[in-house]
Design a protein around this ligand. Structure first.
Ligand SMILES: [Zn+2]
Length: 253
């Protein structure tokens, strides 16, 4: 079961409940980390000691800005899951790629996302890691102990289970090359990060603010051929629900 963590603000952070424990997705600010802890502590049968994993759908500041704080509330066995490519950013083997559409495609998304901010802490971040601009790139690192990070998918697999009920990680490049999504075939739920946004409540649309539109379209075709989600949880905007494969209703370029 997936729940939107109340009080997220700029980004949608989700809580996944599994029989094996909890997963928090995209705690992108200090405010979201605190909101996640408060929310989990209100659950009658769960607590922070049940958090098994924190997932970053991609290495952008609005999705990783509260990870260390949240990790500090979790048990020692909790890991952070990121795409294996992020390790190359942190070891300076690769620079953070640039994005297209800063002037044409980012402003409408940013304005609509900022309208959901209610408190300053929803914008506070713990480091300047994950800003895809010259001068930032790989200069700043997230303050997460490296031994607490697990890289996905291992090897060259594009899709892999994570050992928590039926949840899998699927590589979904396009918005960034290090983008991953979470999918559960049994419940037909897809958490897709910034691959699809739904800020206009129009069944969602592929994110034009991205590294590669060709890669986004390839990812879209790949997902349409391989999964059948009835619920999509986007990184920004409202949840997309339907009786059939809701991916087919998403607006493409
Ligand atoms: Zn985002």
């Amino acid at each position: 079961m997936v729940t939107l963590i109340p009080g997220g603000g700029l980004v949608c952070s989700y809580l996944i409940s599994t029989s094996d424990g909890l997963i928090v997705v995209d705690p992108g600010s200090i405010g979201i980390a605190d909101a996640a802890r408060s929310f989990i502590n209100t659950l009658s049968d769960r607590g922070m000691h049940d958090v098994r994993a924190i997932v970053a759908t991609h290495f952008h500041i609005d999705h990783i800005g509260g990870m260390k704080r949240l990790l500090g509330f979790c048990p020692e066995g909790t890991f952070v899951f990121m795409h294996r490519r992020v390790e190359d950013y942190l070891t300076h083997k690769r620079d953070l790629p640039r994005l297209q559409g800063w002037f044409s495609d980012l402003p409408p998304v940013a304005i609509k996302s900022f309208l959901r901010v209610r408190r300053p802490s929803q914008l506070w971040v713990e480091s300047l890691a994950g800003i895809p601009l010259p001068g930032f790139g790989t200069r700043f690192h997230p303050p997460i102990p490296p031994q607490r990070i697990k890289w996905f998918c291992p090897g060259n697999a594009r899709r892999c289970g994570i050992g928590l009920d039926g949840w899998e990680i699927i590589e979904t490049p396009g918005h960034t090359a290090d983008s991953i999504s979470l999918y559960n075939e049994d419940t037909a739920e897809l958490i897709c990060g910034d691959f699809i946004l739904n800020l206009d409540r129009d069944n969602g649309r592929l994110n034009r603010f991205c590294e590669s539109r060709a890669d986004i379209l390839n990812t879209y075709d790949f997902l349409c051929d391989t999964i059948v989600p009835k619920t999509i949880y986007p990184g920004h905007g409202d949840v997309i629900r339907g009786d059939q494969n809701v991916l087919r209703r998403v607006n493409t370029f």
